[in-house]
Design a protein around this ligand. Structure first.
Ligand code: FAD
Ligand code: NAP
Length: 313
C-alpha cells in the first residue's frame, strides 16, 4: 500500500512529491503519463518564477532543473497513465491504463488542464512562439505593443482587460456579434479605450518565420475582408479542457465535488470533499494557472497528506 499516490508530474505533482518524501513519507509514487515537467515544458521561456531569470532558457530547461531535487528524497516515478481513482473503505485503488491496480492511503491528483485550440493556420506552428494561451505568462513580452485576443467568453474578455493595462492596443476577435461573456464584463471592456472589439471575424492565419510570430490575418466572415495585423502577439482563449477523467468512475460520475466547468472543488488546504483525496494545480477551482501557484498547491497538499496519515495511526 502506498502512503501517497500522486497523479500528474507537472509543477504541482513534482513539488507534492518533494514535500511528501522530504517530510518523511517512505512510499510515495508519482504516476505521469509522459516525461515529468508538465505544460510549461512547451514554453520557449519563463520569466515570472522568482529565482530563475535566465532569458536563454526554455520551459524544458527550467523543469529539468527540478527533477534531481524532487527525486532526491525518495519520490518514485512510474511513466504510466492513470485511468481512474476509486475509494474503497479507507483507502484508494488507482487503476492504471491496461488494468494494473495499485492501492494507496492517500491520493493527490494534479493532472492539469489543457487550453483548447481554435484550429486556424499557424496556431500549432507558432504556439509558444507568439501564439499564447496565458496573458499572465506572456503579456509582458508585448509591453506597449499591440496584441490580438481570440474568443468571446469570460476568459477572453477578462484576459483582454488584463492585457490592456500592459499593451498599447488589444484587438478582441470574436466569431459572432454577441458575446458569451457576462454583460458587466462586456460593459467594462467597452469602456476601456485601448480595447477594440472585432466581431463576426475569425483568425484566418498566424504567420511568421524562424524567430516566431510576425502577425495575424483576420477575416470578416460576412464580407470576407482580410485585415493584416502585423507585429501583434496572439492570445487564444477559446475554452479549457480540465484533465479530470481520473476522478470519474466507470459510469462517468465524479467521485468528488466539481464545479460546472469540471474543476475540482477544494478548500485552502487542497482537500476535496472525499477524505484522503487532494487536488491541486491547474485542475482546481480558481487556479491562477501559473507554475508558482501549482508548486505552492503541491506543497500544501503534501503537508496535508502527512497530517492525515499521522492522524490515521
Ligand atoms: P500540468 O503542468 O498541466 O501537469 C499535469 C501533468 O499531468 C502533465 O504532465 C500530464 O502529462 C499529466 N497527466 C495528465 N493526465 C494524466 C493521467 N491520466 N495519468 C498520468 N499523468 C497525467 N506559467 C507560468 O507561471 N509562467 C509562464 O511563463 C508560463 N508559460 C506557459 C507557456 C505555455 C506554452 C503553457 C502551455 C503554459 C504556461 N504556463 C506558465 C502555465 C503553467 O505551465 C501551468 O500553470 C502549470 O504547468 C500547471 O501545473 P500543474 O502541475 O497543475 O499541471
Ligand atoms: P467559453 O465560455 O466556452 O467561451 C469560449 C469562447 O471562445 C466563446 O466565445 C466561443 O465562441 C469562442 N470559441 C470557441 N471555439 C472557437 C474557435 N474554434 N474559434 C473561434 N472562437 C472560438 O470559455 P471560457 O471563456 O474559457 O469560460 C469557460 C467557463 O468559465 C465559462 O462558463 C465561463 O463563464 C467561466 N468563467 C467565468 C469567469 C468569471 O465568472 N469571472 C471567468 C472566466 C471563465 P461562441 O461564443 O461563438 O461559442
Amino acid at each position: 500500500m502506498l502512503d501517497c499516490a500522486i497523479i500528474g508530474g507537472g509543477p504541482a505533482g513534482l513539488t507534492a512529491g518533494l514535500y511528501a518524501t522530504r517530510g518523511g513519507l517512505q512510499n510515495v509514487t508519482m504516476f505521469e503519463l509522459g516525461m515529468p515537467g508538465g505544460q510549461i515544458t512547451q514554453s520557449s521561456e519563463i520569466e515570472n518564477y522568482p529565482g530563475f531569470f535566465e532569458h536563454d532558457k526554455t520551459g524544458m530547461d527550467f523543469m529539468n532543473s527540478w527533477q534531481e531535487q524532487c527525486f532526491h528524497f525518495g519520490l518514485k516515478h512510474e511513466m504510466k497513465k492513470v485511468e481512474r481513482v476509486t475509494k474503497v473503505d479507507n483507502h484508494f485503488v488507482i487503476t492504471i491504463e491496461g488494468g494494473e491496480q495499485v492501492e494507496a492511503l492517500t491520493v493527490i491528483t494534479c493532472t492539469g488542464s489543457t487550453p483548447k485550440r481554435a484550429n486556424f493556420n499557424g496556431e500549432s506552428e507558432f504556439f509558444g512562439k507568439g501564439v499564447s494561451t496565458c496573458a499572465t505568462c506572456d503579456g509582458f513580452f508585448y509591453k506597449n505593443k499591440p496584441v490580438t485576443v481570440l474568443g468571446g467568453g469570460d476568459t477572453a474578455l477578462e484576459e483582454a482587460f488584463y492585457l490592456s493595462n500592459i499593451c498599447s492596443d488589444v484587438y478582441v476577435v470574436h466569431r459572432r456579434d454577441e458575446f458569451r461573456a457576462a454583460p458587466p464584463t462586456l460593459e467594462r471592456i467597452k469602456r476601456k479605450e485601448n480595447i477594440h472589439l472585432i466581431t463576426d471575424s475569425v483568425i484566418e492565419e498566424a504567420y511568421g518565420g524562424m524567430m516566431g510570430l510576425d502577425g495575424v490575418k483576420i477575416k470578416n466572415t460576412k464580407t470576407d475582408e482580410i485585415t493584416d495585423m502585423a507585429n501583434s502577439g496572439l492570445f487564444v482563449f477559446v475554452g479549457h479542457n480540465v484533465n479530470n477523467s481520473v476522478l470519474q468512475d466507470e459510469n462517468g460520475e465524479f467521485i468528488c465535488a466539481m464545479n460546472d466547468w469540471g474543476q475540482v472543488i477544494v478548500d485552502l488546504t487542497m482537500k476535496t470533499d472525499v477524505a484522503g483525496l487532494f487536488a491541486c494545480g491547474d485542475m482546481r477551482i480558481q487556479a491562477p494557472k501559473q507554475v508558482i501557484s501549482a508548486a505552492g498547491d503541491g506543497a500544501v497538499a503534501a503537508l496535508q497528506v502527512i497530517s492525515y496519515i499521522q492522524e490515521l495511526s
